[in-house]
Design a protein around this ligand. Structure first.
Ligand SMILES: Nc1ncnc2c1ncn2[C@@H]1O[C@H](COP(=O)(O)OP(=O)(O)O)[C@@H](O)[C@H]1O
Ligand SMILES: [Mg+2]
Length: 358
């Protein structure tokens, strides 16, 4: 697929200005480092590693729309932070030759904010709304007709003299991203007729490629086994991998040593990122389920309270990765620690573990 997309030059600086990455939990590297994200953000499809199925589908959507000389239909990306949602929005805008107008759910407080954004769009612009799950319902209702039929309905005046005004909008594509797709209302989700795409965690090989590219861009010399070790501990997440690369580089520089596996082991050990890539918070979640909740099931809000963490942070940032590793399972009554979690923490599983997992 990478060969079928025409090559293009990196985005203009103004297209890269990105105020839409929000701070996530203090989990290693999930906290968005806006500068690092921008420096390392792939500027062409060739550089965007992995997510092959999404790239193939986008290629068809975009190529067909280009042939018809219409903007592609609206697109939604969802998945944990740092997997490349914002990057895809930039790549699509670039591919279409339009500008990316970036905003976010929490930034659109009033209907007037949305009206201002929509009426300022130029033909062919891409509207990117990050954290779309945080849009309020009354704003969603103004968004529906704008997405569906390209009109902005605004109500002028109050009471009996109120009237609606239908403003036609220039043709545009909306791209939205969210870490919480379940929070989107069904009507909103159904408006993304171009596609709703879930980003997948990356394989170790894919992350290794990303780390190698980042090292080249940042001018960091790496040993192959050092790259491997970073990839192994990266939570299968490009943003985390880039963050760990920088931290390991700092350590190796101060120790006057090469960025080998030993250097990565030592530096990530200091960050308390373990062999599986778990952070202290990940381990605390497992330990709390195992000790406080006797293995579970434990609800997310109960876990949040026990750990003094935001329940949203647990479910958006930590839980997807723990599920991916098979360290926890979701049951209708809450989260249960699996045998692998006991093993990882060196604990003895309870006799009735299998029943808890039902
Ligand atoms: N597929 C990918 N290939 C290479 N680098 C990637 C990829 N996806 C993400 N990245 C890197 O991770 C950073 C974070 O990605 P981003 O698109 O901001 O994630 P999200 O919006 O899902 O939180 C990017 O700046 C980029 O450096
Ligand atoms: Mg993002």
């Amino acid at each position: 697929m990478s060969n079928t997309f025409p090559k293009h030059t990196p985005a203009e600086p103004e297209n890269l200005s990105d105020t839409t990455d929000f701070d996530h939990a203090p989990v290693v590297g999930a906290r968005s480092d806006a500068f690092l994200d921008q420096t390392l953000r792939p500027a062409s499809w060739d550089e965007y590693i992995g997510q092959e199925s999404i790239k193939n589908n986008l290629h068809i959507l975009i190529t067909a729309a280009k042939e018809r000389q219409t903007p592609p239909e609206h697109i939604l990306f969802y998945g944990p932070p740092g997997l490349g949602k914002t990057t895809l929005a930039h790549l699509i805008a670039h591919e279409l030759g339009g500008s990316l107008r970036a905003t976010s759910g929490p930034a659109i407080e009033r209907v007037g904010d949305l009206a201002a954004i929509l009426t300022n769009l130029q033909p062919g612009d891409i509207l990117f709304i990050d954290e779309i799950h945080r849009l309020s319902r009354n704003i969603e209702e103004v968004l529906y007709p704008a997405m569906e039929s390209g009109v902005l309905n605004i109500i002028i005046g109050k009471g009996p003299s109120a009237r609606t005004l239908d403003l036609p909008l220039p043709p545009f594509t909306m791209i939205a991203a969210t870490t919480r797709v379940a929070d989107l209302s069904a009507p909103l989700r159904s408006r993304f007729s171009g596609g709703v795409f879930r980003l997948e965690f990356y394989s170790e090989d894919e992350i290794a490629k990303i780390v190698e590219r980042s090292a080249r861009i940042l001018g960091i010399e790496t040993a192959a086994d050092g790259v491997r070790e970073i990839a192994r501990r990266s939570r299968s997440t490009p943003r985390t991998a880039n963050y760990l690369l920088k931290r390991a580089r700092d350590w190796a520089q101060l120790k006057r040593t090469a960025l080998t596996k030993d250097a990565v082991d030592a530096s990530l050990g200091l960050l308390e990122v373990d062999q599986l890539g778990l952070t202290p918070v990940d381990r605390a979640i497992l330990l709390t389920i195992i000790e406080r909740f006797h293995g579970g099931p434990a609800g997310v809000s109960a876990l949040g309270a026990a750990l003094s963490e935001e329940p949203n942070t647990i479910s958006e940032v930590h839980e997807p990765f723990l599920l991916q590793l098979g360290l926890i399972e979701r049951t209708p009554r809450g989260r249960v620690a699996t045998r692998a979690a006991y093993k990882h923490l060196g604990k003895k599983p309870p006799e009735d573990l299998n029943e808890r997992l039902l």
